[in-house]
Design a protein around this ligand. Structure first.
Ligand code: ES4
Ligand code: ZN
Length: 334
């Protein structure tokens, strides 16, 4: 298949990937067994039943209900390592070169797991991915916006040293977007900016929430990147701002269809972003839940948009340019 081969060979960067969202059903059950975790009564009993349930989600919350149950099978440093290593191996076969990946410490610390256990497991996988697969990576800690802000502040304090020592590079904001707007987390982001001069800030906005969520993430959180951002098209002034300030939107094609933000990949505002000069990248979000890793997302886009070589070169160049790695690494990626 020449289209898939062409897209596989592009040097791909991923900027919107939840490590907990890479938990495949065929790893979920063995981990539950290995850790003696009892899944809820109504939870599907087999890999096949679970895969069937993942074929469609009603909305973001319907997906999140499964995602947080999945998190419960992760306990030990090795579990976090195994999860991330499986992601890197699989994505390497799809042409991934650089990954900036999210994780949700509160999904684990709420169960009595130390944040250091989570981070050290993920970190080991990142080191191995660099050494054996030549994939560079950065860890982005996300705050869960549906939890009390006080809980988020405590999590932030517990992560201070991890940012100071640059084991963590970025802060993000995820989980149910509505009714938890960016303004609730302005103080958290302000605190995070004191952790390290090079800390990078992003936030999920404009997926469920309207364009004002995107504007407020820029104004009040001082985010330099927006995760999803697809509803920015509703506000022409915001579109002009995203282009002028080169704010990258991390678009997730298969995710947005699975969560019924759009009925088809064709409806994603990629042509609008290209015409407006807004940089974006294409990402897999939660590949174990949404039916595809990074290359599958590239293929889904090409099947609908039929871009020419020059457009793909531009999209690839912008995803490298918008990455949070140094210029030396960006040059290697070209
Ligand atoms: C997520 Cl798709 C999405 N949106 C918001 N929060 C999330 N956490 C994991 N996947
Ligand atoms: Zn996401």
């Amino acid at each position: 298949n020449t289209m898939r081969d062409f897209l596989r060979d592009l040097p791909k960067c991923e900027h919107h990937l939840h490590l907990e969202g890479t938990l495949e059903p065929d790893l979920l059950y063995p981990l539950a067994q290995r850790n003696n975790i009892e899944l809820p009564e109504q939870f599907p009993k087999t890999v096949k039943e679970l895969e069937d349930r993942y074929k469609q989600f009603k909305d973001l919350q319907d997906f999140l209900d499964f995602y947080y149950i999945g998190c419960e099978v992760l306990l030990k440093q090795e579990d976090f390592f195994d999860l991330a290593w499986a992601y890197f191996k699989r994505s390497h076969s799809q042409g991934l070169k650089h990954a900036e990946v999210f994780f949700d410490p509160q999904s684990h610390t709420s169960r009595g797991i130390a944040i250091e256990t989570v981070v050290s497991g993920f970190q080991k996988a990142c080191v191995k991915a660099q050494q054996e697969l030549h994939i560079s990576s950065k860890l982005i800690m996300c705050l869960l916006r549906h939890l009390p802000v006080e809980d988020c502040k405590a999590t932030l304090e517990s992560s201070r040293v991890l940012f100071e020592t640059q084991q963590l590079h970025g802060l993000g904001l995820d989980s149910a977007e509505k009714p938890f707007p960016p303004e609730l987390f302005a103080e958290c982001y302000e605190t995070a900016r004191t952790f390290h001069p090079d800390i990078q800030l992003t936030a999920h906005a404009g997926e469920e929430g309207d364009a004002s969520y995107v504007s407020n993430a820029l104004d009040l959180l001082k985010a330099s990147r927006i995760d999803h951002g697809v509803r920015s098209t509703e506000d022409p002034e915001l579109m002009a701002r995203l282009a002028r300030d080169k704010v990258m939107c991390t678009v997730c094609p298969l995710s947005s269809v699975k969560l019924q933000v759009f009925q088809d990949v064709r409806e994603l505002p990629l042509t609008e972003f290209l015409n407006a000069g807004i940089p974006f990248s294409l990402n897999s979000d939660d590949p174990a839940y949404f039916g595809g890793y990074i290359l599958d997302n590239y293929v889904a886009v090409q099947t609908r948009f039929d871009w020419d070589l020059a457009t793909w070169e531009k999209v690839v160049r912008q995803s490298i340019e918008g990455s949070w790695c140094d210029d030396k690494r960006k040059n290697e990626l070209q």
